[in-house]
Design a protein around this ligand. Structure first.
Ligand code: NDP
Length: 330
């Protein structure tokens, strides 16, 4: 049946300005890394995407290689987009990336102009879009001049194939240099996409948010729930069908007694706040106003709803932050 988005979709969501740009992003964005490949039904994908938009989640994040198999998340998204979301293109921020292995041969990964430009064309074709809102260099390429990689991003903007550009998992130093090069080309760097969660704080040690602030860039953090570790899901063992059972990116051996002790400590703090562990984890990632968005994954509508409801929680107090550190930091 025809999709009619909820008229109240903009009432509750919080939107944050991305660095010093004109673009606002929802505080919670939805990523299609898992749960949108050919291993999931189109109906379950459609239900998650529709509910997200109904809740004001205006940003969907993809990459050339999301699946499985690589490319299928963009194809599936494209099918659902054409049927459900095409009339709302101007209300949506769609991103894609190139950097990881997409096809064999010397032009199938990393950061050459050859790979980035052809990959973006292929992504647009798969999704059935004329342009993406944000195109990312998915990872820093130590062997390609940064001028070439950033030059490809700038070309994508000039050709109208991307409105904005960003980088993912670049260090603070690499980011500052990328931003400088892009500025000189007249194409500002919009955003950085790093991993960040209560149990993954490399960006803090690297001073990334300060670098981004100086460069006028925003920040959207991926894997804020540590792929599900920072939710109530694994507190009582590993449930059937969860990501840790799928032999993919989440190793069930991570769930040692010591890790479980820490997760239970964090879950107790969440419970005292009337939140789930996932909601605490998201409130924590978003506690700095320079953080533009937390980029979550969800395998069900229920998870998505629980995660978006994190935004209704009280701000974290200094005591709570200290207590979180006592469990989350080694
Ligand atoms: P999360 O840390 O948000 O993990 C999502 C997973 O956690 C879900 O698939 C689900 O797992 C579980 N989960 C989520 N919410 C709940 C809940 N409320 N209760 C219980 N379990 C829950 O992030 P992802 O690893 O999915 O990554 C998010 C996005 O970040 C990606 O889709 C992608 O867009 C981006 N990303 C970017 C990268 C980059 O290099 N730039 C790298 C990795 C991700 P289950 O399937 O077990 O139900």
């Amino acid at each position: 049946p025809l999709y009619r988005p909820a008229p109240e979709r903009y009432d509750a969501m919080e939107y944050r300005r991305t660095g010093r740009s004109g673009l606002k992003l929802p505080a919670i964005s939805l990523g299609l890394w898992h749960n949108f490949g050919d291993d999931r039904t189109l109906d379950s994908q459609r239900a998650i995407l529709r509910r997200a938009f109904d809740l004001g989640v205006t940003h969907f994040d993809l990459a050339n290689n999301y699946g499985p198999p690589p490319g299928s998340a963009e194809l599936n998204f494209g099918k659902i987009f054409a049927q459900d979301f095409a009339p709302y293109r101007d209300e949506l921020i769609v991103s894609t990336k190139a950097g990881y292995l997409m096809h064999p041969g010397p032009y199938g990964e990393w950061g050459s102009r050859k790979y980035l430009m052809s990959s973006l064309d292929a992504s647009l074709k798969r999704m059935g879009l004329d342009y993406v809102d944000i195109f990312y260099s998915h990872r820093f390429d130590p062997d390609t001049p940064l001028e070439e990689t950033m030059g490809a991003l700038a070309s994508a903007v000039r050709q109208g194939k991307a409105l904005y550009v960003g980088v993912s998992s670049y260090t603070s130093e690499q980011t500052a240099e990328a931003a400088r090069i892009l500025r000189e080309m007249g194409v500002p760097a919009l955003i950085h996409q790093p991993s960040y969660s209560m149990i993954n704080r490399w960006t803090e040690e690297d001073g990334l948010l300060d670098t981004l602030e100086a460069a006028g860039m925003g920040c959207i953090s991926f894997v804020p729930l540590a792929q599900g570790l920072l939710t109530d899901k694994y507190l009582k063992g590993v449930p059937e069908g969860s990501r840790a059972t799928q032999g993919k990116s989440l190793d069930p051996n991570l769930l040692s007694d010591e890790v479980l002790r820490r997760l239970h400590g964090l879950a107790d703090i969440a419970q005292r706040r009337g939140q789930s562990l996932a909601q605490l984890a998201l409130a924590w990632v978003l506690r700095d106003p320079r953080m533009t968005s937390a980029l979550i994954g969800a395998s069900s509508v229920t998870q998505l709803e629980e995660n978006v409801a994190a935004l209704a929680g009280a701000p974290l107090s200094d005591e709570e932050l200290k207590e979180i550190d006592s469990f989350a930091v080694d």
